[in-house]
Design a protein around this ligand. Sequence first.
Ligand SMILES: C[S@@+](CC[C@H](N)C(=O)[O-])C[C@H]1O[C@@H](n2cnc3c(N)ncnc32)[C@H](O)[C@@H]1O
Length: 289
Amino acid sequence: MQKFDKMHSVFITRSYSKHYMSSLEFYRNAYAYDIAFGDRDFASECDFLAWCLAQHGNLPSFATGHATSFLELACGPARHARELGHRGWQVLGLDMSSDMLEYAARGARQEHVTLQTLCADMCDYRLGQPVALAANMMESLSHLLTNQQIVSHLRAVGSNLLPGGIYVIEMAHPSGLWRDSLPNMWTTSHNGTEVDIVFGLQDDPYDWITQQWTVTTRLTIREPGQPERYIEEHNNHRWCQPQELAALIDLSGAFDQVWWYGDLLIPPPPLDDSEDAKRMMVVLRSKGA
Ligand SMILES: C[S@@+](CC[C@H](N)C(=O)[O-])C[C@H]1O[C@@H](n2cnc3c(N)ncnc32)[C@H](O)[C@@H]1O
């Protein structure tokens, strides 16, 4: 019993004693982020999202008018929402960074897409109308550090989805979570601006108790006519293992069915496909509010 108490107090201390700079500062550089992480095939990723809804959704007949409504959570530049907006969906982007949302809204205006934005915490938000489909892409769920935050988030998503609506989460494949592949660095460019990015170093600290990585992120930004800018940050992230996430999904009580896939392909490979599974895609069907 004493042992348990000791462990319990270690857990509490470790959870709350460390303070790292919020990731808001990093995401303030929305344009550089978009260049660094924008080299993805958003059209086919959106095909996959729409496929998930068509394949696994079970929307009530009254929802016909909202069957193509989409919420991108932790949306950043909202590339998925903007792509679905081009296809005629009603689209909404939610993020806690107002800089990201302004950047997303500016991009949508330039593309003549109507994008609604909501500056909120994805653990606690309320939409005017529930949506048919929600997605959380590019491992953004890793910003939620505690079980409590993840469960609150799942409940918030469930209660803002139509009954039978679908929530898609994209995370790293569990086989790629450890350090072997670090450091993770690449360079991309757009319209003369070049960005070098480092996301994760091999000696980044990992806390075995809270299961959080303190991830080093470095951006070197070279814009025409501007001095080079260098930004380094250390932010905490948590990548859940599938069994943990499955337990938290159960605990949330917000979803009646879950599918696990290994990529954003149509049809997707199973999560345990040793050849083709590159990502962890979790597809959840809402019970409704
Ligand atoms: C890695 S970016 C992902 C952007 C986008 N999903 C994509 O596919 O490019 C993570 C985003 O999550 C946002 N974020 C982090 N914690 C959040 C929270 N608790 N609620 C809402 N947004 C959050 C950040 O501001 C940032 O824009």
